[in-house]
Design a protein around this ligand. Structure first.
Ligand code: NAP
Length: 295
């Protein structure tokens, strides 16, 4: 474990959410802050939904430099902020807040660039079709990012038609976004160029589950992207690689959204690879603990 020096001048960064105990963000951020010689420390800050306004006012009062936001606050925090950067405005949710010197609160959403990071190189997605499984918070950022990549058609599958319809209403400014009934996903797979899982199906400890049981029929050059990073790969990505499809797990997104957040707060680009290595060390420790039955 890295020793992180804390001084009288050290500024606070953190993560607010409920729960925050299993987050990799403190490890990734403190590794990058240490490597870059930045005088900040990043800590997990558990905040219950009812306490959000008081917690944000308190962080402002104590001179906190900024914070990440996770479940359940990503959407509710919006009303407490003074300014939203374009990605946060497009998504309608915030995962990163900067507290300016005058106390102004600026929100952004680095999940959009995070999601794009492993897809940005090499391929032209213009005119293609994406299929997004799930209609929660992460799916909002995924759809906005897919639109930015130029996909002509983005189909979103949700298990609850009422929630799916509310999700599509929130994104009604975007063209080309359509609902897809979960029961007809098999037909969609044949048409899709990018399949994205934004549900928690397959995440530790339910690693033997998958949002889909077969990917047979998918185009041979299709990409299957699972936002989950524990385990790596998920059962869904195992199905993809068994068919020779390109598989992308959630770790590059996790790392890229964190790198973008650190730059948003400090103006400094983190040293390449530091956050990813720190995350991999924690994930390897967790795997060892799992196999010895500790968690
Ligand atoms: P969320 O807001 O709770 O959304 C989860 C979505 O999954 C909801 O639409 C939910 O449907 C759906 N879902 C849950 N169980 C399902 C099931 N059995 N069948 C079908 N759909 C189901 O959570 P989130 O913040 O979007 O996060 C979703 C996943 O993405 C998590 O695994 C999270 O770890 C991962 N994630 C990864 C990154 C990264 O950087 N790699 C970033 C953000 C999120 P209902 O609305 O009907 O409940």
């Amino acid at each position: 474990m890295h020793l992180h020096a804390v001084h009288g001048t050290t500024r606070l960064l953190g993560l607010i959410g409920d729960p925050v105990g299993h987050s990799l963000s403190p490890t990734m951020h403190n590794a990058a802050l240490t490597a870059a010689g930045l005088d900040f420390v990043y800590v997990p800050l558990p905040v219950k939904a009812k306490d959000l306004p008081a917690a944000v006012a308190g962080l402002k009062a104590i001179g906190c430099a900024g914070f990440n936001v996770t479940i359940p606050h990503k959407q509710r925090i919006v009303e407490l902020l003074n300014w939203l950067e374009p990605p946060a405005r497009a998504v309608g949710a915030v995962n990163t807040v900067r507290i300016e010197a005058d106390g102004t609160l600026t929100g952004t959403n680095t999940d959009v660039v995070g999601f794009l990071a492993p897809l940005a190189e090499g391929r032209d997605w213009t005119g293609r079709t994406a299929t997004v499984l799930g209609n929660g918070g992460a799916a909002l950022a995924v759809v906005v990012a897919c639109r930015a990549l130029g996909f002509a058609r983005i189909e979103v599958a949700g298990r609850d038609p009422v929630k799916l319809s509310a999700f599509l209403t929130r994104l009604s400014d975007l063209t080309g976004v359509h609902p897809r009934e979960w029961s007809t996903l098999d037909n969609a797979l044949e048409q899709t160029d990018l399949l994205v899982n934004t549900t928690p199906l397959g995440m530790y400890p339910q690693t033997d589950t998958s949002p889909l049981d077969s990917l047979v029929g998918m185009k041979p050059d299709a990409v299957v992207y699972d936002l989950i990073y524990r385990p790596r790969p998920t059962r869904l990505l195992g199905l993809a690689t068994a068919l020779g499809l390109q598989a992308v797990d959630g770790l590059p997104m996790l790392v890229a959204q964190a790198e973008a957040a650190l730059t948003f707060w400090t103006g400094v680009t983190p040293h390449r690879g530091v956050m990813g290595q720190a995350a991999e060390v924690v994930l390897a420790d967790l795997r060892r603990a799992e196999s010895s039955g500790q968690r």
